[in-house]
Design a protein around this ligand. Structure first.
Ligand code: NAI
Length: 343
């Protein structure tokens, strides 16, 4: 496969291109602004599965009204530390952000904040929301549903989604630790990214429609869970927390991302925020997380590695690098972003 040429684009320029395209597709300004924030958060950290490659898909879904362009939100506090946030099927990026604000407030007041986010569209690289809370001194966990495209361990038919989990913790000096992963060997967006660049994929990522391993991103029929039964167990846990617990469609009943772009997706997400001050000395906690990072950095790297990184550190390094070089975008996507086309 020949690789597609890349264009290097300055961060703010790229963010503006995302936002303009979404607004031109029909998304109100305030929703497009937060969606563009999430997309640039991903691309500027090298999480290319959730940046520019998604623009055309979002724009088409907006234009076909598969996202609500006039949502009526409803937050209901259901207990001292709990609540539900009804997102009315608009962009998940905005709703999950607002719901995380509610979870942070609950945790500030009561030590814990748990908010179930109901009926939303795709919410992007969900580490954004965990980091949002960690930047306010909280420990946070967020999980969400994704459409069925993963074979359960030992099975041949897709059942769960790539159901991601993100965890963030603040520390005394420096950026929060941010662990953010799909429960598949790779996120679906990495297949899209490989497609956009005409690159082959390792044969451990996915299977074709006959359940055979494939290296061709265009032949992918289903993805594989990370670490076999363990990833499979995690994706089930995530689906129960962000689907069944909130009375939403679960497992194979979750709507498809790409099938009918005029249909609402009704996805769920679940935020858990923990206020360290309610469990011990907050300053000591922040210090200990920093000490942990220092101790990890001091470990002698194994053969073939330059150093031990903390989760999220590689993405911070990429961010610093892209500040100098600009963010790589596939030429065809850049041309699309600059055009008047919606889809
Ligand atoms: P990944 O495999 O690139 O990274 C996973 C985690 O491992 C990250 O926290 C990263 O910092 C850490 N890591 C990677 N290499 C490391 C190293 N050498 N040392 C220490 N830590 C290291 O991420 P993945 O699984 O490809 O997910 C990409 C994104 O896709 C995430 O932002 C996720 O939220 C998003 N996603 C969103 C979905 C949705 O429906 N909204 C569905 C699936 C994924």
């Amino acid at each position: 496969m020949s690789e597609e040429a890349l264009v290097y684009v300055e961060r703010n320029e790229l963010r503006e291109l995302f936002k303009t395209k979404l607004v031109n597709a029909g998304l109100p300004n305030y929703l497009a602004d937060k969606t563009a924030d999430l997309m640039i958060f991903a691309d500027e950290r090298g999480i290319h599965s959730h940046g520019s490659v998604r623009t055309q898909y979002y724009a088409e879904r907006i234009a076909k009204k598969g996202l609500n362009l006039d949502p009526q939100f409803n937050f209901e506090q259901t207990g001292p530390s709990t609540g539900t946030y009804f997102g009315d099927n608009t962009v998940g990026h905005y709703v999950a952000y607002e719901a995380m604000e509610k979870a942070i407030t609950l945790a500030e007041d009561s030590g814990i904040g748990m908010v179930g986010v109901k009926e939303i569209g795709h919410s992007g690289a969900i580490g954004y929301f965990a980091e949002q809370a960690a930047k306010r001194g909280m420990v946070a966990l967020t999980v969400c549903q994704s459409d069925p495209m993963v074979v359960p361990f030992g099975g041949t038919e897709p059942y769960f989604g790539t159901n991601p989990i993100a965890f963030a913790a603040p520390r005394e000096n420096g950026e929060p630790i941010l662990f953010d992963m799909a429960t598949t060997v790779q996120a679906w967006g990495k297949i899209l990214d490989a497609r956009s660049k005409n690159k082959s994929i390792p044969d451990t990522w996915a299977v074709d429609k006959n359940g055979e391993p494939t290296t061709d991103p265009f032949e992918v029929g289903a993805l594989l869970p990370v670490a076999g039964p363990k990833g499979y167990g995690l994706m089930m846990m995530i689906d129960i927390l962000s689907g069944s617990l909130l009375g939403l469609p679960f497992g194979k009943h979750v709507t498809s991302m790409y099938e009918d772009l005029s249909e609402y997706r009704r996805l769920g997400q679940f935020h858990i925020v923990i206020n360290p001050a309610f469990f011990g000395d907050k300053d000591q906690f922040l210090k200990q997380v920093s000490e942990m990072v220092e101790e990890l950095h001091a470990i002698k790297p194994a053969k073939g590695f330059d150093q031990v990184y903390y989760p999220g550190e590689i993405q911070e390094e990429v961010k610093a690098q892209y500040k100098e070089s600009g963010i790589p975008v596939a030429q065809s996507i850049y041309d699309y972003l600059q055009s008047d086309d919606i889809y």
